[in-house]
Design a protein around this ligand. Structure first.
Ligand code: GLU
Length: 263
């Protein structure tokens, strides 16, 4: 009986110490930006395989591209330093859940703004618009979507590519099959081994997988406006982000980056 009492007193003391002594408690009404400022670093989800947008350069061990520069501009605005940013590599499949669980403050990763996605995430005004395209083997002789009647197209899960190509195929009155993968390297491997006949996604992303044996077809489908995404409940952060993107569109900062990265 005595032991149990001592045990409970000790537990209560430890809990009290942990709550008040170790962590700085934020007020329940702390703003989104204050929470980020308290954390000391801006956590941004980026791509590592999209040249000119979000690309990890293995020879310099640095991330580079338009989206990397936008992340650094946000860090500069929030912390006064472009280096106060931590990049986390995301895919089409992981970027949403990482925002939802709070691991990321924002995603700047070729994230296409769609009406459906706006129900789940906040998106800024688009900073760039791409289009869906297709990568095929040169040796296949394929020249356009019309040639893919009855063939299989590799697409990524949680990407806009499947719906975009399906709509274009139905307009052409052809039938295509889809094989879905969770990452782009898997789709490229499937193309190389002949398991799929084409790899469809935004042209900017395809450029990262282009090699001597493949070509990007001239066809372009569905405009893909890219926006900065934040968690749906972070409304204050979303309007802050949108204001900055609009400002950088107006004052030529984004245009200069588009030129710098040859986009
Ligand atoms: N931009 C497209 C999308 O948001 C392709 C997927 C991706 O960005 O990886 O669905």
């Amino acid at each position: 009986m005595k032991f149990t009492k001592v045990f409970f007193v000790l537990c209560a003391a430890l809990i009290a110490l942990g709550a008040s002594g170790c962590s700085k408690k934020r007020p329940a009404d702390a703003s989104d930006l204050d929470i980020i400022k308290d954390s000391g670093v801006l956590k941004v989800g980026v791509k590592s395989d999209v040249p000119g947008f979000g690309f990890f350069n293995t020879s310099t061990s640095e991330y580079e591209g338009l989206e990397i520069e936008l992340a650094k501009l946000f860090a500069e605005e929030i912390f006064g330093s472009p280096d106060a940013v931590r990049f986390e590599v995301v895919t089409a499949k992981t970027r949403g859940p990482l925002l939802d669980n709070g691991e990321l403050d924002m995603v700047i990763a070729t994230f296409t703004v769609t009406e459906e996605r706006k129900l789940t995430y906040n998106f800024s005004t688009p900073y760039y618009t791409d289009a869906v395209g297709m990568l095929v083997k040169k040796a296949s002789g394929l020249t356009s979507l019309a040639d893919l009647d009855g063939l299989t197209i590799g697409v990524a899960q949680s990407a806009t590519s499947k719906d975009s190509i399906a709509a274009a195929a139905s307009d052409l009155g052809i039938n295509v099959k889809f094989a879905e993968f969770s990452t782009y390297p898997e789709i490229k491997a499937a193309l190389d081994s002949g398991r799929v006949d084409a790899f469809a996604v935004d042209k900017s992303i395809l450029r990262g997988y282009l090699d001597a044996d493949t070509i990007i077809l001239p066809d372009e489908f569905s405009p893909q406006p890219y926006g900065v995404a934040t968690k749906l409940s972070n409304k204050e952060l979303a309007s802050y982000v949108d204001e900055r993107i609009k400002k950088w569109l107006d004052d030529g900062v984004i245009d200069a980056l588009i030129t710098q990265f040859n986009l």
